[in-house]
Ligand binder design. Sequence first.
Ligand code: LMR
Length: 333
Amino acid sequence: MKLKHAALIASLALAVPGIANAADIVIKFSHVVAPDTPKGKAAEYFKKLAEQRTKGRVQVQVYPNSQLYKDKEELEALQLGAVQMLAPSLAKFGPLGVKEFEAFDLPYLFDNYDEVHKVTLGPIGKQLFSKLETKGIKGLGYWDNGFKNFSSNKPIHTPADLKGVKIRIQSSKVLDEEMRVVGALPQVMAFSEVYQALQTGVVDGTELEPSNLYTSKAYEVQKHLTLTGHGYLGYAVVVNKKFWDGLPADIRTTLEGAMADTTKYEIQLAQQDSEKALAAIKASGKTQIYTPTPAEKAAFQKVFKQVHEKMADRVGLALLKQVEQTTGYSAPK
Ligand code: LMR
């Protein structure tokens, strides 16, 4: 009797298109960095949890290393529905017209991960996600990478050392201004092009954080690395909103749970990976690592404060005031 019942339910499921389709939901998750980065590992972790917990009703296909799309294209592909999930760095939402995300690019906005999390995992993070919805994008979580440092073929100890140095940046007006206030020459470039651009001298330096510098092998073509820790690099995990809203409710809830657990895993992993990458770069002997003195670091902080003043209108002074209330950072007046 029980068996008959099960067979009846199974045949009904096949007859109802929504349920039958639920057996083959495919999520293409595209990203631009190596599989052995925090983002790459977390994407695989999410795949594992999502497939296990939906008992195979969902399949997640992870495409690393810009195999499918470079930085700018991947967001367009998400909006068009060619891929369903991404985790672009927060800087990359500026060109989409959501300029508030560029606030995360302000140099020395955060002193540590705790301050970052007060913002990303609190009301400000939610508020920023709501701005993505008009673009057909839904935010599911914030992931960390780490803090950026300057690398170059010449030693950079003070802001003056950056004058005239061609530095690759992500496409962000705030990062562009950060370079201009120290007289560096910013060059916007997709992440996948950085190694070759350094190798051929199209740019002289980068502002990457350790795991991307290491796993992209960019450190092999950079003689010097200065631990300025001057900017935060983090990600928003996003999905195509129409796709997400169209999922069966139970699947969506299960995937939200898988994402929440993946985020916990990713946040721990990012800190460890940054430290490991730095140790590996050091051990390679290819790049000389320099820790600025407190006075040198203070000089970077002072000059970069101007970027906050100049960009307050762009990213929103009200948002910076909210960050001030949340972390104790001192926003422009
Ligand atoms: C970069 O372009 O430097 C980073 O955003 C790449 C990434 O996704 O970590």
